[in-house]
Ligand binder design. Structure first.
Ligand SMILES: Cc1cc2nc3c(=O)[nH]c(=O)nc-3n(C[C@H](O)[C@H](O)[C@H](O)COP(=O)(O)O)c2cc1C
Length: 301
């Protein structure tokens, strides 16, 4: 059975990856799973300078999912390259770094430094709903979005993944713009902006008031968006949003994903990624499917 998947220049040994922000820097999960078995590890979003994130409470559970407003807390680029990357390099898996800047120049600086440090790909986080500056502006203003991708593209040879925001009227326009601007791959979806209120205190359950909804609650929206983007662009798609089982992952693949990322499920089941990989293998052998390509985008409509 051939589980390899070619995301343009980026070749993965299998299609199961982690979703940024839900798997720390890999080390946190290494006592539960052998990281060598993952198709790729996508690490928590990295900014140039360390970020403290938002005040507590920053997460709350909601029906079939959760809201988070972490606010991209991270130790910054230098610390990542010095402290986290050397550990990750010990594993036979692709290392993808999710990056976030408050200006185009910051994204470029991040990309150049990470290329020099030897990571396998970068994922542009243009779609985080939980920070005041940066992120979401790039993800929802199509002109700035295109300019950002074009400028980063010119400055790095690394495979470039653009992570799309679902918080827009028509995600297809952004998928097409990302492709036209030189993105090699698109990934979707990031979280959907939501809010939950404690009716006793009449306060939002998050200090940031709103947060990003993730988990199975968003899956049908994510599958629909992957399907729409698959019909719109030629670049490969990484699908995510509420994947907790192999069946969920296969839904995304049939809708058009060439790889899948597992996010919130990691918090409930730290071995979710490998359970999903095993489930994909049994689905393929049970249905006499030799290669993943036979499945991608083959939903009958
Ligand atoms: C706690 C938490 C932190 C996240 N941090 C990031 C991040 O740093 N960068 C990013 O692009 N997406 C981030 N995300 C979004 C996930 O990568 C993913 O797109 C989203 O959660 C949908 O997938 P899921 O439903 O499987 O979790 C975060 C999600 C959660 C729940």
């Amino acid at each position: 059975m051939n589980l390899t998947t070619n995301l343009g220049k980026l070749k993965l040994k299998n299609p199961v990856m982690t979703a940024s922000g839900t798997f720390g820097y890999g080390k946190e999960y290494s006592e539960f799973i052998d990281l060598n078995n993952l198709g790729a590890i996508v690490v928590k979003g990295i900014s140039l300078k360390p970020m403290k994130g938002n005040p507590d409470p920053r997460i709350c559970e909601t029906p079939c999912g959760m809201l988070n407003a972490i606010g991209l807390q991270n130790a910054g680029l230098k610390e990542f390259i010095k402290q986290q990357l050397p550990y990750l390099r010990n594993f036979n898996t692709k290392i993808i770094v999710n990056i976030l800047g408050t200006s185009i120049n910051e994204y470029i600086e991040l990309a150049e430094n990470l290329e020099a440090a030897g990571v396998d790909a970068i994922e542009l986080n243009v779609s985080c709903p939980n920070v005041k500056k940066g992120g979401i502006v790039f993800g929802t203003d199509i002109k700035i979005f295109e300019e950002l991708i074009r400028d980063v593209r010119r400055r790095t040879r690394l495979p470039l993944i653009t992570k799309l925001s679902p918080n827009t009227a028509d995600i297809k326009l952004f998928a097409k713009a990302a492709e036209d601007a030189g993105s090699d791959i698109i990934s979707l979806i990031n979280t959907i902006t939501g809010m939950s209120i404690n009716i006793k205190t009449r306060r939002s359950r998050l200090a940031n008031i709103t947060g990003g909804l993730s988990g199975p609650a968003i899956r049908p929206v994510a599958v629909r968006m992957v399907w729409e983007c698959f019909k719109t662009v030629k670049v490969p798609i990484i699908g995510m949003g509420g994947i907790i089982s192999a069946e969920d992952a296969i839904e995304f693949i049939l809708a058009g994903a060439s790889a899948v990322a597992v996010g919130t499920a990691n918090f409930v089941n730290p071995i979710a990624t490998l359970d999903i990989l095993e489930g994909i293998k049994s689905f393929m052998s049970g249905n006499n499917i030799k290669s993943l390509k036979e499945l991608t985008g083959t939903v009958k409509c």
